[in-house]
Design a protein around this ligand. Sequence first.
Ligand SMILES: C[S@@+](CC[C@H](N)C(=O)[O-])C[C@H]1O[C@@H](n2cnc3c(N)ncnc32)[C@H](O)[C@@H]1O
Length: 213
Amino acid sequence: MKLKQLESLLGEIQQFSNPKIQLEQYPTGPHIASRMLYTAENSFGDVSGKVVADLGCGCGTLGAAAAILGAEHVTGIDIDPDSLEIASSNAEYLEFEMDLVQCDVKNLGWRGRVVDTIVMNPPFGTRRKGADMEFLSSALKYASKAVYSLHKTSTRDHIKRAALRDYGAESAEVLCELRYDVPQLYKFHKRKEVDIAVDLWRFVPRSHRENDV
Ligand SMILES: C[S@@+](CC[C@H](N)C(=O)[O-])C[C@H]1O[C@@H](n2cnc3c(N)ncnc32)[C@H](O)[C@@H]1O
């Protein structure tokens, strides 16, 4: 599938109708989501035929992109049942399969590295300090091959140190820096859109070796 086709399909996804501030519910737009998954697939072979999980899946955009690009199985996890309802109707509308599980990422309780690849756009941790790190720690526990994640560029050093030193990443690489438009979802945002710099990361968990592929 071409990048533009993927972007256009993702543009049909219905997003949060009533976003919850405390859960930092802002969607990954089709432009960034399509490039994130396209890179994971075309530069690293981490999607097609792989077992993929979308942590904090919200309305399912990243999981949808994985399914469209040929993932063998996709599971979307979110703490919020209302988002999962929307993700479910998106899956039906776009005709892709995704298991949806309501769970806090801290309490997944999976046994070992049960998925190949994790994709996520976690909360930045601005509403609840440390929320971003809880996602990263869980992702690096359960993925065997790679974790793709978006984090504020201002946290780059902290993310790298924690991934390598505390969460068992073998490598932590910023693939690119993006401008991320957080829509004016909340009353405390004065401007229509808040534009922030965000890194797209690829982490490889320590037990994985590139030549195991
Ligand atoms: C920034 S939004 C991203 C949504 C979606 N992945 C996307 O890319 O459009 C973060 C998501 O994480 C979910 N979330 C926040 N805290 C969570 C937690 N502790 N466990 C699971 N999901 C959580 C929110 O409900 C929200 O859907």
